[in-house]
Design a protein around this ligand. Structure first.
Ligand code: DCP
Ligand code: MG
Length: 455
């Protein structure tokens, strides 16, 4: 039996503003994204503002109409990120098993900490006291044996709430609540369930499992489990080495630098695409280089700024791989991203040029709609390389720990080759949706290299 806490700060952005600007305390405050003009959207509303019906994601125009006395303040992302790190640091004092799931909330598995700090309820009180005492903010906490029930609990008595659900009482605790409180029940599922006469979680728990499976497929079975409070999802161990990587073996070993660097580009592209779809950023890049004599070297380095973009990963990969590839025939190359950072709601605040981000998002969308070969870089056309976004590309490695084990962390000093210039996104992306065969593209595409790459 585990003890899990879900901690969620109250009216987070608005509470930080009220704390930092005492004249805002006790007043209806809305923090506005995209400026506080009429075109903006409310990011967070203080509990005073919520009494007027103001809430997150509401157009500021509407908020102003509902609450003429509301004070609108602009988003100060850097400050919220700083406070978020302080909150997470407090949580980590009680257990290393902290899984941040957004800027202001996290799951904690405190099972092993109870001997040291007292039971779950006691730890929850200590956490609330530390957040109030040290950061002058309030948090709501749910304590339960599962993530699902802990999360429902933290939300139930906001603000400044504490809800403890003892083991065995999950189903009874959930039963009177509306089904919309349950994970995985969006407005459409809720409407469909109402057709079955289901309005509370208890109604759902009492439903015939087979009937739900017939109507909702596998999701139906999950819903019944959740309605009983059953959920085996563990708190993600942040120390577990998680990696996203691609590697590929050449048909014929090659020493052609252009082929090698383009292959690293394709691999980096695949890795960055998967980082983005996983909603994470990497702080470390590892390359693996195996030559024709089967000598295998892995080299690793950190990135100054965590990223989910191709260019920084590729630049690091080339810099790491060049000294290992020089004068050798290469059999295999791999690129792996690790030290994956918390999911980024925080993307709002990153300092990447927003135009670059838009290009990346647009190409991701094209790939989602038209398949992995819909968009590729000009540098990769007719390169004989597999499309970088195909999941079965190379012997794709995405597994816990496995890579970290054979990584050389020797930090040997080697002369560093200058990395290649970053490709210019404006000219380097070739949109080919609806033109399935790149070989048939007319015009002056780059020469195909002699070497192919196997998948
Ligand atoms: N946020 C945002 N846009 C949204 C939702 C949230 O920018 N549509 C930001 C502002 C919030 C923060 O994320 O302060 C945390 O989101 P929560 O859903 O936890 O909301 P709050 O902390 O503001 O309120 P609550 O007390 O309900 O947790
Ligand atoms: Mg919150």
């Amino acid at each position: 039996m585990r003890t899990i806490l879900h901690v969620d700060l109250d009216a987070f952005f608005a509470a930080v503003e009220q704390r930092d600007h005492p004249e805002l305390r006790g007043k209806p405050v809305a923090v506005g994204m995209g400026g506080t003009g009429d075109r903006g959207v409310v990011s967070a509303a203080s509990y005073e503002a919520r009494k007027f019906g103001v809430h997150s994601a509401m157009p500021i125009r509407t908020a102003r109409r509902l609450c003429p006395d509301c004070i609108f303040v602009p988003v100060n992302g850097a400050q919220y990120q700083r406070v978020s790190r302080e909150v997470m640091a407090i949580l980590r004092r009680f257990t290393p098993l902290v899984e941040p799931i957004s800027i202001d909330e996290a799951f904690l598995d405190v099972t092993a900490s109870e001997r040291l700090f007292g039971n779950g309820a006691s730890i929850a009180r200590q956490i609330k006291a530390a957040i109030r005492g040290e950061l002058d903010l309030t948090a709501s906490v749910g304590v339960a044996a599962t993530k699902l029930v802990a999360k429902v609990g933290s939300d139930l008595r906001k603000p400044d709430g504490l809800v403890v659900v003892p083991p065995g009482e999950e189903a009874a605790f959930l039963a009177p609540l509306p089904i919309s409180r349950l994970w995985g029940v969006g407005p459409q599922t809720a409407a469909a369930l109402r057709d079955f006469g289901v309005t509370t979680i208890g109604d759902l728990a009492a439903m015939d499992r087979a009937a739900l499976v017939r109507r909702f497929g596998k999701h139906g079975a999950t819903l019944v489990d959740r309605a009983h409070g059953r959920d085996a999802d563990p708190v993600d161990d942040p120390d577990a080495a998680k990696t996203i990587g691609h590697e590929t073996t050449f048909d014929v070993d090659t020493a052609d630098r252009d082929v090698l660097e383009r292959t690293l580009l394709a691999l980096s592209e695949g890795v960055s695409g998967r980082l983005r779809s996983a909603g994470v950023k990497a702080r470390t890049v590892t390359v693996k280089v195996r030559d024709s004599s089967f000598r295998t070297v892995t080299r690793q380095r950190g990135l100054a700024v965590p990223t989910d973009l191709t260019e920084p990963i590729w630049l690091a990969a080339v810099e790491l791989a060049r000294p290992e590839m020089r004068g050798r025939k290469i059999r295999l190359l791999g690129v792996t991203a690790s030290h994956l950072g918390e999911r980024e709601q925080l993307e709002l605040f990153e300092d990447v040029d927003p135009r670059r981000r838009h290009v990346v998002e647009a190409t991701d969308e094209l790939r989602r709609r038209y398949g992995p070969r819909a968009v590729t870089r000009a540098r990769l056309i007719r390169s004989g390389l597999p499309a970088p976004f195909e999941r079965d590309f190379g012997t794709a490695a995405e597994r816990r720990g496995e890579h970290a084990a054979d990584v050389e962390r020797s930090g040997r000093k080697r002369p560093r080759a200058a990395p290649p210039p970053a490709p210019d996104l404006d000219v380097d992306i070739d949109v080919r949706a609806g033109q399935p065969d790149p070989e048939e593209l007319p015009g002056d595409v780059p020469e195909a290299p002699e070497q192919g790459v196997t998948g």
